[in-house]
Design a protein around this ligand. Structure first.
Ligand code: CP
Length: 353
């Protein structure tokens, strides 16, 4: 199923290799200033971030969880939409790497007085942030800000568009749960994603990342919550959850994004649970090696039953949260290497994508 592959096979032929031969050397391993989405990333760039996160998974399990990699840098987490996992893990990630981390909550900011997004972005930029992490309810808002500021911008979720660090942390979690070493992709792994595919930035980023890594992805949703022409993303759409689960090795459940719905998309929560929920009964019919994921926050008793979410060996939900800190440490480290003049990372100049 899952195979080891050569991660440097997509490297630019012009790019010289790193000392260990796996990735293009220095900044060519990740030639982007920002992380606004998975759609901009090549397969080997996704693998590079996963591999960079491995060291932070190890550090985060030590009693002393501190590195001075980002000492002296300022990171601003600007969250215009609620978050628990993403905000906290970016904050912890920045602090564990030694940065000064400041959180801006829209609810207590001048956004409430009518300040525009662009003016807010210019204000953060004038404070000479070294990286800005943004969550916003509007798709495309993060790119808009990235275009206006001078420092790396990381997308912490924008509307229904992308949530790239969620997809990266999910891939890292799967890799670890399957006991796969560095450089491993997910070639041939069968993943079923079920829920509100239409509104889900998690689904979109995961589809992009999983298919880039070679996974075979089924997506399942009620007709009203399935995007038109989803097949173009290289996935197989289903409206029948039991059919979508056939052969699955990993099942990713999604929350109903009520806040992004206008009108009635599902008949009732009870019927939704019956047709599309990972109930204990449905879970019990799956082969015993099938793993369960959920990005959170969960609606227990709707898309997933508590006994499934809390399964001690087959639910990866808390492991996803753990991977989230490591992935965000890797992203902050990699994206600030040019600012920190890390050797080999400063020559890219205007070539940055
Ligand atoms: N998965 C996720 O993005 O969770 P939060 O909304 O709590 O950040």
């Amino acid at each position: 199923m899952v195979s080891m592959t050569e991660s440097n096979q997509e490297a630019s032929p012009k790019a010289s290799q790193s000392a260990d031969g796996r990735y293009p050397a220095g900044g060519l391993a990740f030639p982007h200033r920002d992380l606004t989405g998975i759609s901009h990333l090549a397969r080997h760039e996704i693998l590079y971030l996963l591999d960079e996160a491995e060291q932070w998974l190890v550090l985060n399990r030590q009693r002393h969880k501190h590195a001075e990699v980002l000492a002296g840098l300022t990171i601003i987490n600007a969250f215009f939409e609620n978050s628990t996992r993403t905000l906290l893990s970016f904050e912890i990630a920045g602090k564990r790497l030694g940065a000064d981390v400041v959180n801006m909550h829209a609810a207590t900011s001048s956004v409430k007085k009518g300040e525009t997004l662009i003016d807010t972005a210019m204000t953060l930029n004038a404070m000479r942030a070294d990286a800005i992490v943004i969550r916003h309810a509007s798709s495309g808002a993060v790119q808009l800000i990235a275009d206006k500021v001078d420092c790396p911008v990381l997308n912490a979720g924008d509307g229904s568009h992308e949530h790239p660090t969620q997809a990266l942390l999910d891939a890292l979690t799967i890799r670890h749960a399957l006991g796969l070493p560095r450089q491993s992709d997910l070639n041939g792994l069968k993943v079923t994603i079920c829920g509100d595919i239409l509104h889900s930035r998690v689904a979109r980023s995961n589809i992009l990342a999983l298919t880039a890594l070679g996974a075979v992805v089924n997506v399942c949703a009620p007709p009203a919550l399935m995007p038109a022409e989803i097949e173009a993303m290289g996935v197989r759409p289903f409206h029948d959850f039991d059919a979508a689960l056939e052969g699955a090795e990993v099942v990713m459940m999604l929350r109903l994004q009520q806040e992004r719905m206008s009108g009635q998309f599902i008949p009732s929560p009870r019927e939704y649970r019956h047709l599309y929920g990972l109930t204990l009964e449905r879970f019990g019919k799956l082969p015993p090696n099938v793993l369960v994921m959920h990005p959170g926050p969960m609606n227990r008793g709707i898309e997933i039953d508590s006994q499934v979410a809390d399964h001690p060996t087959r639910s990866l939900i808390t492991r996803q949260v753990e991977s989230g800190v490591a992935i965000r440490m890797a992203c902050l480290d990699v994206l600030t290497r040019r600012t920190r003049a890390v050797p080999g990372w400063t020559e890219m100049g205007s070539a940055l994508a």
